[in-house]
Design a protein around this ligand. Structure first.
Ligand code: AMP
Ligand code: MG
Length: 495
């Protein structure tokens, strides 16, 4: 079972596969079929991703689907490969990385555009370095649930079609079991792909990659005045700013914002030690391996800029001079805070931004940090309070008078909105501030059950996360304060 699957006998899914990444040529990847896993079983499936790809929902629970998405049965028309990239990890040049455990099957054209399909945890590739090419059940469940949760929150992200598990042992800090996530995105190209070719002086390939990305995903960059590559950098910066603003607004910490984990499409990818904030702590570090707090919650906007700078440096050989890159990066500095303020205003029920809003938000954040107020519960209760009593919000604070003073200012600001309507504002806020997010402890409970062979909690949590703004009957536990043990959960890069 430790040899790549034989591609000769293959299963036809009835999809039109294109292998456009493969068409880039051999400098970009190594062809490599998945390595089978013994006795696979289902862990979770996403019917909406099946719809996206044009797969029959019922077929997705079949034994053939189970084999295909574990990497045990080749899929007709695919051309499985592992791509090569490099990158900066924790601020240091890390050299060559690449798809060490993800195998790109190919690309499916869908009514929502092309979608690449990858099997993560599908076995060794030439880029596995010291790794085993595998992913464990725990981290695969987290990636699956978080992809679908982020999508439902309206945050750009890779999706997850399914997770399958196998009893095959995988060594981490202890012996765990293997799993495979089938993940889907228009492209999995990362900043690190550009860094790779730039670092090695392969400027022809660098240009080829940039042209590929522009032609397929950023066609407007061709029409932009000046260099299309500078325009690409600026467009990627704008998408990244919007993505990170959304992370901040929902209290999401990525945990490993290395340049190899940054999508050229501004999608959230590579879910590892991520976390949604429980108690608000601006300096919160979710990755146990991140001892210096490089990727702390409040550093994410600046780290994204640092990463964009690295992308800019990688693209320099395609530009006239350094100034072009610097000019392309400049707008991020204003876009990022503006995008964030717009998001925070929406959370506060404010339809537009005015002078003083930044201060209103800032003073709230200080109060929330001082009293370690639960981030998700605060916003949900505030949404209810806009058209009702504020006591439940006030109860979250120790400094009640300071909160009252803030709430007074908030109400005055709300009432100054043109045509302010409390009920309409409330319903907008309830569609902006989620009731349920994938808190660490919720994932942990589902994982513990899954390790016992019971996947019902994965499904229940998935269903709630797919409807994060709805108050689901009988599921109040998913919207409750975290238990004391939640703060003891340690999640590291090792997964
Ligand atoms: P990550 O921090 O998970 O995004 O991974 C960073 C790099 O390590 C990427 O090149 C991954 O493909 C590779 N990697 C992580 N875990 C493994 C593993 N178990 N086996 C092989 N490669 C891995
Ligand atoms: Mg990665």
């Amino acid at each position: 079972m430790n040899r790549p699957v034989d591609m000769a006998a293959s299963l036809d899914l009835g999809l039109a596969w294109h292998n456009r990444f493969a068409s880039l040529g051999e400098a970009f990847y190594t062809l490599r079929a998945p390595t089978p896993l013994p006795s696979p079983h289902w862990v979770g499936t996403s019917p909406t991703v099946a719809d996206l790809l044009g797969l029959d929902r019922a077929w997705l629970s079949s034994p053939a689907a189970l084999d295909a998405f574990t990497g045990n049965l080749p899929i007709a028309g695919t051309q499985p490969l592992a791509s090569v990239y490099s990158g900066h990890q924790f601020g240091q040049w890390a050299g060559q990385l690449g798809d060490g455990r993800a195998i790109l099957l190919g690309e499916v054209d869908t009514p929502s555009g092309p979608q690449e399909v990858q099997l993560k945890g599908a076995g060794l590739t030439p880029y596995s370095r010291m790794g085993d090419g595998r992913a464990v059940l725990r981290s695969s469940i987290r990636e699956f649930l978080c992809s679908e949760a982020m999508h439902a929150l309206g945050i750009p992200t890779s999706r997850a079609l399914c997770v399958t598990g196998s009893p095959a042992p995988v060594r981490r800090e202890e012996i765990e079991t293997a799993a495979v996530v089938t993940r889907v995105a228009p492209s999995f190209i990362r900043f690190g792909h550009f860094e790779h070719f730039s670092h090695h002086g392969l400027h022809g390939e660098l240009r080829q990659l940039a042209d590929f990305v522009i032609d397929r995903f950023y066609p407007a960059c061709r029409e932009a005045p000046g260099s299309p590559y500078a325009a690409l950098l600026e467009a990627v910066s704008a998408r990244t700013a919007e993505m990170v603003a959304q992370w901040q607004a929902v209290g999401f910490c990525h945990g490993v914002m290395n340049t190899d984990n940054m999508s050229i499409l501004g999608l959230t990818i590579d879910y590892g030690p991520f976390q949604f904030l429980d108690a608000f702590n601006p300096g919160h570090i979710c990755n146990h391996s991140d001892t210096g707090g490089r990727y702390a919650y409040n550093r994410q906007p600046n780290i994204a800029y640092w990463n964009l700078f690295a992308l800019g440096q990688a693209l320099l050989p395609l530009m006239d001079d350094q100034q072009q890159a610097l000019d392309a990066l400049e707008p991020y500095k204003a876009l990022m805070p503006a995008a964030l303020q717009r998001r925070m205003n929406a959370k506060l029920g404010l339809g537009r931004t005015e002078d003083g809003d930044a201060e209103l938000t800032e003073s709230l954040m200080k109060l929330m940090a001082a009293d370690a107020v639960d981030f998700t519960i605060f916003w949900r209760r505030l949404s209810h309070a806009v058209a009702g009593p504020i006591d439940a919000v006030r109860d979250l604070f120790l400094q009640r008078e300071a909160f009252d003073a803030w709430a007074q200012r908030w109400r005055e600001r709300l009432q100054a909105e043109p045509g302010f309507d409390a009920a309409a504002t409330q319903s907008r806020m309830l569609r902006t501030n989620p009731q349920v997010v994938l808190r660490n402890h919720l994932g942990e409970i589902a994982i513990q059950r899954a390790k016992q062979g019971d996947f019902s909690e994965v499904a229940r949590l998935q269903n709630a996360l797919e409807h994060p703004f709805e108050e689901l009957p009988g599921q109040q536990d998913l919207a409750a304060f975290p238990p004391d043990w939640a703060s003891q959960i340690e999640i590291s890069c090792s997964s």
